[in-house]
Every structure is written in structure tokens, then in C-alpha cells.
Design a protein. Structure first.
Length: 444
């Protein structure tokens, strides 16, 4: 794999930091080069039209008229003024997006975006999202979690549990759930009705381990080996909290992100799955999505799912979203391209990576993209303005394009990086790198 960001620390070494967690939130704004940034946590990515429209109004009135999607299914507003905090807070309270100000940065919950919407017959974990969020917001210890701590609630398909979350819940069937932290082979089995409460207990277990280790770890994977969480202790803690649990070894399934297109649902319904190029939406695009059925779900892959359309209207609605500039088909060249903010928004960036990505995508060789899977999902390409690689893909191999003072470095898992590439050299180099990654994946 390409080198990981500094936050992906080794379990064998304690994490030592000289500052607290500075992850931005809705109340703790981040000063960027293009103004202030607010990150609004949206548990499960689930929004109704009223809240979505209020967020778009805030982006227009207080920000730059765009809404960015994050790799955790949250939303960001950029270009905010230094004095907008009070007005933004008022908007978010009206929208129901700030139920507990002291907990607003810890509400990082991702859920299978198609749960309850397709024909796979898997349990619907959307109720888990609401219950876990309620429990989090009522928990005093939970305020000690970092803004990077992540819960993943999976309906059994294995999409969000592939994102290296800190606490994972996977539905085994309608009545049972599997809970694990670092490794599904070291898990516990609980009743589905107890799953959200068990997930919160696992997070408190992590906080206790951090205190015992004397570190400032923000993620489960950052704990030193001697303080690593284990299923036996977790089961004992759950039992003490009145939650019956048994230790199990789980072979967690793996499923890629939802493909763009129409998702056939039960009872004559359908959902639409689309992506925002480079994870950035205009407020006009955002309002159009929210207005289709009054509900949207943001995905950890910078996509949007619109549930609840009549099946007969789905194709026409999808065509309208394509006309609005959204990615609606698996073979769209923007299907698998992501990027950090880059210049001019980020002072640490060495290049305007979004502009360079756009230039390269328009120059890319024609023809189908190589794919590591039978479903045709192309190999992801992530552009980073510096070695921190903010927002890079999780749970999959990707082609790593990193800006340096000498040009772009391009690397593929297990291969010698190509260094100092000019933008004009990247289209051919990226096509070759994607073929290499696809070929390596096919051999495994």
C-alpha cells in the first residue's frame, strides 16, 4: 500500500502528541486559506429536505455556495467568515443538526447507505443510527472521544465495515449483531436490540484503555499492543452493563461502494445512487437532490443516495441528475477520482490538485477503465496536495498521486513510485498504474 497518513500509527508504539484533537466541527471552525471551514456531522449521512435546505441556505449566505462531502458521510461548508459562528449555530439548531453541542464532533457514524432500500433482504440498520446517536449525545464519557473516532453500522453486506472504523457493528441476521473494534476475528455476538448500546460500551472501553496507556490515542488502531482491546474483556464489560454477549470469530464480508445508477427496491420503489465530482456540490445540485423525495443519504464515498422514488420515475430522475453534473453511471471518468482540498484552500498544499485532476480527467485515454472486480468498479485514484493524503480511500488499493516541490509522485501498492511527474505526463502514467493495480488484484 502507499504510505499512510501520520494518524495511522503503529500499534507497537504509543502515540505521543503535543496538542489536543483539532478536528474541525460545526462549532469549532477551522481557519483555512479560503476562509473558515465548518464540518457538520450527519449520523448515517441521513438528512431530510428541511435540514438539507437550511444547510444549503447557510452555504449560500455564509460560505462559498458549495457543500463538500467527506469520507465519513459528513458535510463541510467552506469560505465562512470569522464572525459567522453564532449565526451558523442558530441555523444548525433549527435544522436539528446540533442536538448536543458538547458532543457535536463525536457523532461520526457511517451506515450502509442502501440499508432497507434494495432487494437484498438484509436487516435495516437505520434504526441503529438514530439510537446510537441518541445514546452518544446522552453520554458524558463520550465527550472524550476524538473528532476522528468512527462507528460503522453495517447491515451485513460488508460495505462500511471495510472502512477501518474504530467500532464496527455488523448485522448477522434480524435478531443478532456482531461487534468488533480492530479485528472481526476478535468479536462478540449480541442481540440486535442491544447493538447500539453495546457499540457505545465499546467506545467507553477504548477511552479507559487510553487512560491506562497514558497516551493521547484518537483511534483504536493507535493503542499500543499491550493496551489493545480484546473481545473477552469487551464481553465482560457488556455483561456488567446487562448486555448478554459471547465471543465469536467473524469472517466479515466485503462489498464495494454502491454503484451509480438506479437501485431497485421493494414494493415498486427505487433509490438513486450518484456521486459528486471530487466530492463537491453546488447548492443548486444539493437542493435538487434533496427535493426529489425529501430525503437524502450521504455516503462515505462522497456519494448521495436518494431513497423512496416510484420505480417508474427513477430513470427520468437519474437523467436529470446527470444533466445537473452529477456522476450517474459506473463508466463515468469521475467515478473513482478523489482529491483533497489543495490550493488555494489549504496552506499546506503544494498544488491546486482539483484543477490538475480536472485537467487530467479530460485528457484521459478513452475506453473502459480497468477494474479489480467483476462489478466493474475502477481502481480509485486519489490526489493529495501534500504527504498527509487527507481524505484518501479506505479499505481498498488505490493509485496515490501526491504533490511535491518537484512535481507529482505517483505510486501503486508494492511498486516503485514514479517521482517528479509533470501534469502533462500524468494521463498516460495513471492509465498504466490503474492497469497494474487491476492486474495485481486479479491475481489474488
Amino acid at each position: 500500500m502507499p504510505p499512510q497518513p501520520p494518524s495511522a500509527a503503529s500499534r507497537d508504539e504509543p502515540v505521543i502528541r503535543d496538542r489536543g484533537d483539532a478536528c474541525p466541527g460545526a462549532l469549532r471552525l477551522h481557519a483555512a486559506d479560503d476562509g473558515f471551514l465548518a464540518r457538520v456531522r450527519i449520523p448515517g449521512g441521513m438528512l431530510d429536505e428541511g435540514a438539507a435546505r437550511l444547510l444549503a441556505d447557510a452555504a449560500d449566505r455564509l460560505g462559498d455556495g458549495h457543500i463538500d462531502l467527506t469520507s465519513r458521510g459528513n458535510a463541510q461548508l467552506r469560505g465562512l467568515g470569522a464572525s459567522c459562528g453564532g449565526e451558523l449555530q442558530t441555523v444548525l439548531v433549527r435544522a436539528g443538526l446540533l442536538p448536543a453541542p458538547a458532543h457535536e464532533r463525536v457523532r461520526n457514524i457511517v451506515a450502509s447507505p442502501l440499508t432497507g432500500l434494495d432487494r437484498r433482504g438484509l436487516p435495516d440498520v437505520a434504526p441503529w443510527v438514530a439510537e446510537l446517536d441518541r445514546l452518544l449525545c446522552a453520554s458524558a464519557p463520550a465527550t472524550g472521544l476524538s473528532g476522528r473516532f468512527l462507528f460503522a453500522l453495517d447491515d451485513g453486506r460488508g460495505d462500511v465495515t471495510s472502512l477501518a472504523a474504530d467500532v464496527n457493528l455488523g448485522a448477522r441476521d434480524a435478531d443478532r449483531a456482531v461487534l468488533w473494534t480492530a479485528d472481526p476475528a476478535d468479536a462478540v455476538l449480541v442481540a440486535a436490540a442491544d447493538a447500539p448500546r453495546a457499540a457505545l460500551e465499546a467506545a467507553v472501553y477504548f477511552l479507559d484503555a487510553v487512560r491506562e496507556a497514558g497516551t493521547r490515542a484518537w483511534r483504536v488502531a493507535e493503542l499500543p499492543a499491550e493496551q489493545a482491546l480484546n473481545s473477552a474483556e469487551l464481553a465482560a464489560r457488556l455483561a456488567a452493563a446487562g448486555i448478554e454477549a459471547s465471543v465469536v470469530r467473524e469472517n466479515a464480508p466485503h462489498c464495494p461502494a454502491p454503484e451509480p445508477g438506479v437501485v431497485e427496491g421493494p414494493d415498486g420503489t427505487a433509490a438513486l445512487s450518484v456521486l459528486a465530482p471530487l466530492g463537491r456540490l453546488t447548492t443548486a445540485q444539493w437542493r435538487r437532490l434533496a427535493g426529489l423525495t425529501g430525503r437524502i443519504r450521504l455516503t462515505p464515498w462522497r456519494g448521495i443516495v436518494v431513497p423512496g422514488l416510484p420505480a417508474l420515475a427513477a430513470d427520468g430522475a437519474l437523467a436529470g441528475l446527470a444533466d445537473a453534473g452529477l456522476v450517474t453511471a459506473p463508466d463515468d471518468p469521475w467515478r473513482s477520482v478523489t482529491a483533497c482540498t489543495g490550493r488555494p484552500g489549504c496552506a499546506k498544499s503544494l498544488a491546486d490538485v482539483r484543477a490538475d485532476a480536472r485537467a487530467v480527467v479530460t485528457q484521459a485515454p478513452t475506453g473502459p477503465s480497468p477494474s479489480p472486480s467483476s462489478r466493474g468498479c475502477p481502481v480509485p485514484v486519489h490526489w493529495s496536495g501534500c504527504e498527509r493524503r487527507c481524505g484518501h480511500p479506505r479499505g481498498t488499493a488505490w493509485v496515490d498521486v501526491v504533490a511535491t516541490p518537484a512535481g507529482y509522485d505517483l505510486s501503486v501498492a508494492g511498486r516503485t513510485p514514479r517521482r517528479g511527474l509533470r501534469t502533462s505526463e500524468l494521463p498516460a502514467s495513471l492509465a498504466d498504474a490503474r492497469r497494474t493495480t487491476s492486474h495485481d488484484a486479479a491475481k489474488k
